[in-house]
Write a protein that binds this ligand. Structure first.
Ligand code: BGC
Length: 562
């Protein structure tokens, strides 16, 4: 059984059309723009850099790009602190560069999803500056969540709530007359003041932003922290302990039912385009609450992060898949599969750590929020990559859309040894260094084995790249039939060819540590999580995540049969 050479044949052009369902089984590639490709040598990736690497995306065979924030920002949180929602960070380019990038992606048959960050602006946003210059109780302050402090002189925060990145969720401002003043809420860094979504102007302005990008041809939106917009700050504010176990829908800050009224308004705008613009919620909520975000009258799709929180374990994977397909059926959306993104330890590294490794931090909902923590001396890098390749091939066999994170197609590991003085993630600073943060998965990509930043740009990259990147550079893998890049290309080519209805059937009887599934048309995927090689069912081998052993499927390997 040898892989079919047709799988590596040139990819035919695919021009995006008016198919309203294009997203349902799309493969979406996340570009974290500051770390993707740097066209001007300033060490930060930029939009022209993205455009220059479209041939890579096209040969990979992805259907869409999700572009993380590229807006003007002081980068207090990697761009998720937005100064202006309808502009491009000058260090990343101009609106013309954006239009050129969108046009080039579309010409290559690749759609474009942009990140929108509605829970908070940056503290440099014109609104926040205005709020600071205006008195308490003013309309300018009402766009944010200002409150008087506690204690006789207001010097205590209004509540003891903690920010997701560590430290208090309230920061005190200095009033225009120089006296210590009110406090504002920030669920994340102090540079990310939370907006007041009860304010009609805030609501209207985001509708304008949606139209602004949709009019420029953006095909969809990834909605940051979609579950936090609606808040109940009725005083007296409860303490953190009082709300720790709040029932679903009743927590003052997270996943309140009222949030969906916002998305009903958004959906009207999104549906006014042809094809309707898509939206996917980043909502770290209990699985039973996810469908509310994903319904067609809401955002239309919601991330499930269950796969990236699962250990390398057949039972856990099967439960995650079964449960999420049931939820997708309930909401009418397709499911979303993710193994890596810019917030978590890369999956090649997670799977090379003991179970639960690389997992740090709990969200307010009791849901693991960040899987940070970097690597540790117990990392088995080879095992991690073998499992990561197998997990990816399994994920790509599932009905629904699959999200890939830049660099995973190169088999990159987390970069663990970033010196403290080069770290950027606010998690690192706000936790006093006890959480290493997310920089390790955000290190600029190696495109070539040499060059000042491995082909990322003409100068040093904004985060230090390790020497081991050279061996994993895209140009090195180009020539290697066993490379992870080759595997991704073959898998995506096969997926496009085999894709049918969103149905999956488990095939029983292969043993405890084996997941065997069948898709319409007879496409089968078999993953061996166990330690010993297993027999493959009859069929023609299309692609495998690693070499077979005497025709058998070895440990930590997935194979597709047709
Ligand atoms: C993004 C993070 C960001 C946070 C605050 C998210 O969940 O994915 O990268 O730090 O929202 O905007």
């Amino acid at each position: 059984m040898t892989p079919d050479p047709a799988a590596t044949a040139p990819v035919p052009p695919r021009t995006p059309g008016d198919d309203a369902d294009w997203w349902r089984q799309a493969v979406v590639y996340q570009v974290y723009p500051r770390s993707f490709a740097d066209s001007d040598g300033d060490g930060l990736g930029d939009l022209r850099g993205v455009t220059s690497r479209i041939p890579h995306l096209r040969s990979l065979g992805v259907d869409a790009v999700w572009l993380s924030p590229f807006y003007p920002s002081a980068l207090a949180d990697g761009g998720y602190d937005v100064d202006d929602y309808r502009a491009v960070d000058p260090r990343l380019g101009t609106l013309e560069d954006f239009d050129a990038m969108a046009a080039a992606l579309h010409a290559a048959g690749i759609r474009l999803i942009v990140d929108i960050v509605p829970n908070h602006s940056s503290n440099r946003h014109a609104w926040f500056r205005e709020a600071l210059a205006a008195p308490p109780g003013s309309p300018a302050r009402d766009r944010y969540l200002f409150r008087d402090g506690g204690g006789p002189d207001g010097s205590l925060p209004p509540s003891d709530w903690q920010s997701v990145f560590g430290g208090p969720a309230w920061t005190r401002v200095t009033e225009p007359d120089g006296t210590p003043g009110q406090w504002y809420l920030h669920l994340f860094a102090a540079e990310q003041p939370d907006l007041n979504w009860d304010n009609p102007e805030v609501r209207q302005d985001f509708l304008t932003t949606l139209r602004f990008w949709a009019d420029r041809g953006v095909d969809g939106f990834r909605v940051d922290v979609a579950h936090a917009l609606a808040k109940d700050l009725t005083e007296p504010l409860p303490s953190a302990a009082e709300i720790a176990d709040a029932a679903h829908g009743t927590h003052p800050l997270w996943d309140r039912d009222e949030v969906h009224a916002i998305y009903t308004e958004w959906r009207e705008v999104l549906d006014s385009y042809t094809p309707p613009r898509t939206a996917v919620a980043e909502a770290w909520v209990h699985a039973s609450r996810r469908a509310r975000y994903a319904v067609p009258g809401g955002l239309g799709q919601a991330f499930n992060f269950d796969l990236l929180q699962a250990d390398w374990d057949a039972k856990q994977f099967r439960t995650v898949v079964t449960d999420n397909l049931a939820q997708a059926a309930e909401s009418g959306a397709s499911s979303t599969w993710v193994l890596s993104n810019h917030d978590v330890v890369r999956h090649a590294t997670r799977y090379g750590l003991p179970p639960g490794g690389g997992r740090h931090g709990q969200g307010q909902d009791g849901v693991d929020w960040l899987l940070t923590g970097g690597t540790s001396p117990v990392l088995d890098a080879e095992l991690g990559l073998r499992r990561a390749r197998a997990a990816t091939l399994l994920m790509l066999a599932l009905p629904g859309s699959a999200y890939l994170y830049q660099g995973e197609e190169l088999g990159l590991h987390e970069v663990a040894d970033i010196p403290a003085d080069r770290r950027q993630d606010p998690t690192f600073f706000r936790s006093g260094g006890t959480e290493v943060g997310r920089d390790g998965c955000r290190v600029p990509l190696p495109w070539t084995a040499d060059g000042p930043s491995f082909g990322f740009g003409d100068g040093p990259a904004h985060l230090p790249q390790p020497a081991w990147f050279a061996a994993l550079a895209a140009d090195v893998q180009e020539r290697d039939p066993h490379a992870t890049l080759t595997l991704y290309r073959e898998a995506l080519a096969w997926r496009r060819r085999l894709q049918g209805p969103e149905e999956l059937e488990w095939v029983e009887g292969s043993g405890e540590g084996v997941l065997h599934l069948r898709r319409p048309g007879g496409w089968q995927s078999v993953t061996n999580f166990g330690p010993e090689p297993v027999d493959l069912p009859p069929g023609i081998l299309a692609v495998a995540s690693g070499p077979l052993e005497d025709g058998r499927l070895p440990a930590d390997t997935t194979a597709w049969l047709v």
